[in-house]
Design a protein around this ligand. Structure first.
Ligand code: HAM
Length: 429
């Protein structure tokens, strides 16, 4: 027996019932970013594997365990992008967008791929909207990124459900000194920490800090603190950011354990988290990566950015019942035509209305059918009004205008008056 065709586990179809909410979300973010002067960039979904190894870090979960990597027909090793920062930096370098200290404020949107264990809020193909800013090294731009997300949470009606967690990882020198101290401390407590942390101690010791293991957490209480190793430059930067957030009235929590799962960060790191989604509560995360461009072969170029997980934010909108009612209706008017002559007239009338009433969402019945069946389809489409065109209406050059959701009686409207009528009761109303 043939196996039923199925999508790959963790890779979801976004069905027509769900796309209005996606489009509302994406549209809201896009117009917000227009308002802040960010410009969109679109990168390919596939890149050379080496790009991700060099930027995200060889000993991160993403590179070690989660990438979809394959050899193409030329024998090149390619990878489906697990995130957007690496490709964005590559594109900026390749096209000289950051040359001569040019400031770039960029955003992108699209699918990312990670071979993680799928669960609610965690998928193998998921979608991000990401922002990256180049050639600005002050805390003012870190603050702007946070301020604009804070505005977004308000626009979406989810501000009360998210908390901002902040930390500073310091410069790479400061982090290097801290790493040594942490390794020394944990090595002295090796028998008290879990196996995974023992492994991380050798590969990526800072990641031990965000262990979920209670015994290791207990050991970490007495571990050296990253904050004590911060250099002056990072400390001043961090204070500058906090002062701006205070001035903007944005609440935050300092989380000294926040280290992030990608290696490229320095100084500021932050995450917006919610307790409304279970285990996958980080809806938006990022930070500064001042060394990354240079590490990838460019001139020293400060960078900072973040990405938000669209699926998680959509889930949050649904959980908090913040889905605007207006987005579920996709058809305003449904045109029913009875008989061949009426159908022909209906076609030209519909096209004329589309010319005359911008924004009108008009569905024309296709596949003919009886009164009963066309009205059933009109009702199912969600339209507010049906336009009825039969032989009588044709003879009088009118249409029957029938409210479908109980707003008044059916009436005849002259073709010449129809556009104005629709503009008032559908588009403006
Ligand atoms: P990230 O923390 O790996 O950072 O991902 C950012 C966001 O993408 C997460 O907070 C989460 O909302 C969402 N996300 C990540 N993995 C999944 C998944 N498997 N399923 C669903 N959603 C997921 C980055 O990707 C960095 N590139 C962010 C950045 C930009 N830093 C600086 N610039």
């Amino acid at each position: 027996m043939s196996k039923t065709l199925q999508a790959i586990r963790g890779m979801n179809d976004i069905l027509p019932e769900q796309t209005p909410l996606w489009r509302y979300f994406e549209g809201t973010v896009a117009s917000l970013l227009d308002g802040y002067g960010y410009r969109q960039i679109r990168m390919p979904i596939v890149e050379f594997t080496d790009l991700f190894k060099r930027s995200i870090g060889e000993v991160t979960d993403i590179v070690e365990k989660e990438m979809y990597t394959f050899e193409d027909r030329n024998g090149d090793s390619l990878t489906l992008r697990p995130e957007g920062t690496a490709a964005c930096v590559r594109a900026v370098l390749e096209h000289g967008l950051s040359g001569g200290g040019q400031v770039q404020k960029l955003w992108y949107m699209g699918p990312m791929f990670r071979h993680e264990r799928p669960q609610k809020g965690r998928y193998r193909q998921f979608h991000q909207i990401g922002l990256e800013v180049f050639n600005l090294d002050g805390p003012d731009i870190d603050a702007e990124l946070i301020v604009l997300t804070w505005r977004l949470w308000k626009l979406l009606g989810i501000r009360d459900a998210v908390t901002l967690e902040l930390n500073s990882l310091g410069t790479s020198e400061a982090r290097g000194r801290y790493r040594e101290a942490l390794v020394e401390f944990l090595t002295a407590h090796l028998d008290q920490i879990d196996e995974d942390s023992q492994r991380r101690l050798k590969t990526n010791p800072l990641r031990v800090l965000d262990t979920k293991h209670p015994e290791t957490q207990a050991v970490l209480v007495n571990a050296p603190k990253l904050a004590d190793y911060l250099d002056d430059e990072s400390r001043v930067h961090f204070e500058g950011l906090k002062a701006r957030l205070d001035a903007a009235g944005i609440p935050y929590v300092i989380n000294p354990k926040l280290v992030r799962g990608l290696d490229y960060y320095s100084k500021t790191v932050f995450e917006w988290v919610t307790d409304k989604l279970g285990a996958q509560g980080t809806v938006c995360a990022g930070g500064r990566y001042d060394g990354l461009v240079e590490q990838m072969g460019g001139k020293p170029t400060p960078g900072v950015g973040f990405a938000m997980g669209i699926e998680r934010l959509i889930l949050l909108l649904e959980t908090l019942e913040q889905v605007p009612e207006s987005i579920s209706r996709q058809v305003d008017v449904y045109l029913c035509a009875f008989g061949e002559q009426a159908e022909l007239a209906g076609l030209t009338l519909a096209e004329r209305l589309r010319d005359q009433v911008p924004g009108l969402r008009l569905m024309v019945n296709a596949g003919a059918g009886s009164f009963k069946s066309q009205f059933k389809k009109a009702d199912k489409s969600g339209a507010l009004y049906a336009l009825i065109l039969g032989d009588d209406e044709l003879a009088q050059q009118v249409v029957g205008f029938k409210p479908l959701r109980g707003q008044g009686e059916q009436q005849n409207i002259a073709w010449s008056a129809l556009a104005d009528h629709l503009a008032t009761c559908v588009v403006q109303g």
